[in-house]
Design a protein around this ligand. Structure first.
Ligand SMILES: [Zn+2]
Length: 139
């Protein structure tokens, strides 16, 4: 596994007992989503109850890692100094093939080339020995 550069100064996610399988999946280069065992719908973000039928029985399944850009913005002014070196960058809502929407950066895409409905696929970015971030790139 690649180590994050020592100068990484951005916020680092803190997995909870509920979200840990999601983060473990990213570490293994997989997008894993909770799915309700009762109504069979995918759920995101991870939580203890299905938001559709309130069932407590959720399973973790491997998702395709593919989706389309539902919406996006070009960030031109960093709201946190740690992101100053990245502007301009793409921040998007990606609708996965499984139907859930995830917020993430779009990488390997110039801001002027981004489009709504653009097909994207998962891109995995190790930032610490434990944490890998989910981003997307044009498919
Ligand atoms: Zn359900």
């Amino acid at each position: 596994m690649s180590e994050a550069p020592p100068e990484y100064r951005k916020p680092i996610p803190a997995p909870s007992a509920v979200s840990r399988p999601f983060w473990e999946g990213l570490r293994a280069r997989e997008v894993r989503l909770p799915r309700c065992l009762e109504c069979r719908r995918y759920v995101f973000y991870p939580r203890r109850l299905c938001p559709f039928c309130l069932c407590e029985r959720l399973e973790w399944v491997r998702a395709s890692g593919r989706g389309t850009v539902y919406s996006y913005t070009v960030v031109r002014r960093a709201m946190n100094p740690a992101f100053q070196e990245d502007v301009p960058y793409l921040f998007a809502i990606v609708e996965l093939e499984e139907g859930v929407r995830v917020t993430a950066n779009i990488v390997r895409c110039r801001p002027e080339d981004a489009r709504v409905d653009m097909p994207v696929k998962a891109s995995y970015h190790d930032i610490t020995a434990e944490i890998t971030l989910l981003k997307f790139q044009p498919a």
